[in-house]
Write a protein that binds this ligand. Sequence first.
Ligand SMILES: [Zn+2]
Length: 347
Amino acid sequence: MSPWRDHLIPPGDVLGDHAEVPSLSYLLEAFVPWQAERWPQLKASRAALADVEQRPLQVGSRSIMVQFNPGRTVNSTAKVDAASIQRRRCFLCADHLPPEEMGLPFGPDLVILANPFPILGMHLVIAHRMHRPQDAGVALDGLLDLAGATEGTLTVIYNGPRSGASAPDHLHLQAVASGILPEEVHALAALARGRVPGELLFELEDLKVWSDASSGRWIVGFVGSRETVGGAARVVIEALDQGDPEGAAEAAEPPLNLVATAGRPGEVVLLLFPRGAHRPACYFADEPHRRVVSPGAIDMAGVVVTVRQEDYARLRPEDLVEIFAEVSRPEASALIRDVLVRRLTDV
Ligand SMILES: [Zn+2]
């Protein structure tokens, strides 16, 4: 018997009177408050979001939102080394979920759950039904499918095992409301004006790939059909892996974060953040120089989460420049362009 049997909820139960689900977006919008009414931990963490503080910081040409969110302490300070992971009970396995935690199936392999440690009001975790490690190659399909299926209402993200995932041993995605992450907003605004937000690296009839380092983070962006974006992203991830200076033998992929949403009808937009260090030097510094900032996809996309009041108060634009420089990989656009041309062009 599937361990998920006791943790799956039929959509009709979430929607009450509605016999039919009008759209996945509608269902998910109803799901989080439904779950909060039945799961005290989620209700409390959602209520605590009202006390989360945010302030914008101008960093070069970009506005970054710095957030003070003590509810994220467990995530920001998670020990993700192999020994620590082995010792703890996996919080994404069905057998270990609290009895109140329920999910909605998405495709044959994934279950959509409410994130009990939200950064934003709409914050989901999408877990694979099996306990298997984070793997961008596998996660990419669910990421793009869910981004497409939610029609621009949700932004779906992936944190690599060395780039912010607090459960590197259990394949999962997250999703937040679209239109909040500054780098996504920046990219969508440029695309709406018919431009790519950076240097165009490669183009096919229904695909554009660009590179942008103007935010102090190196971003490889993709827009096009679900299939072309997925195919090109796999080629780029493979190329980054071969050029990975720290490619440890046991690591299955280069360090990266992914952020995807639906663009115009039939299109998906994917932002890939190739990563350098998992955590910046200030994370490990002695007081008073320590800053507990542990960037994942949400931080890389412009909402930087702090879990201590003093870090929130002290972070300056120049600190963010330094943090981004340490946790981003230096731009290598020529490498990406060459590989895309070689692999995706008939010559
Ligand atoms: Zn697990």
